[in-house]
Design a protein around this ligand. Sequence first.
Ligand code: PEP
Length: 253
Amino acid sequence: MRKQIAAANWKMNLTYPQAENLLTDVLNAQIELKEDQQAIFAVPSPYLMMANAAVASKDNYFIAAQNCYNKESGAYTGEISTEMLHSLNIEYCVIGHSERREYFGESNQMLAEKINLCLEFEITPIFCCGEPLTIREAATQNNYVENQLRESLFHLTPDQLQKIVIAYEPIWAIGTGKTASTEQAQEMHAYLRSVLAKQYGQNLADNISILYGGSVKSGNAKELFSCEDVDGGLVGGASLIAADFIKIIQSLK
Ligand code: PEP
């Protein structure tokens, strides 16, 4: 059975004390997660160890890095390797967020390399995909997102692919307050699952978690997560407010 996941993406927000308080507030809500439910916090790199210690005793709570580099080690000042993350017992890493694609020029090929390194060091990639507004307006979003999957993921063996979490994040909905409708989200998630099924078989496709991201809020999470092919969310802005993210976790099906 595939996992239902509420993943927070804090981005470049919060001072260290603010991050500690936010995590404490969410954990103090004592939400009992079912066996197939997870809450993940993608925190800024300097907070990884603190955050991992905070969730250590909590079942089904995990910490993610927001990025890693596409080389194993060496003279890449300022970068963070998957081996380093592994040595900190970090189990997840967000890969290919649209902000990284846009501001740091990350290509599908580069993301394929990052995915490989994550898997080599036993880190589950949360692979982000999604189309910009121009593509949505031209109604070519299915091809666009399918191509992102093909170029970054489809070199993987079935064994490797089943370790990936996918996050569909239409760029026009990220941080804009404009959420995809449940119909738009379900349609794309079902399409992506059909693409995975064609390439890897229905059984494997049915076991991949596909999260929705783009202005998920406490007020719309339940409706979005109720869609058959939506397995939770990757949440930016609303994950910075404890009460909101608590409600979002509680909205998992
Ligand atoms: C994100 O950063 O992945 C995101 C979906 O942001 P927001 O929830 O703020 O739209």
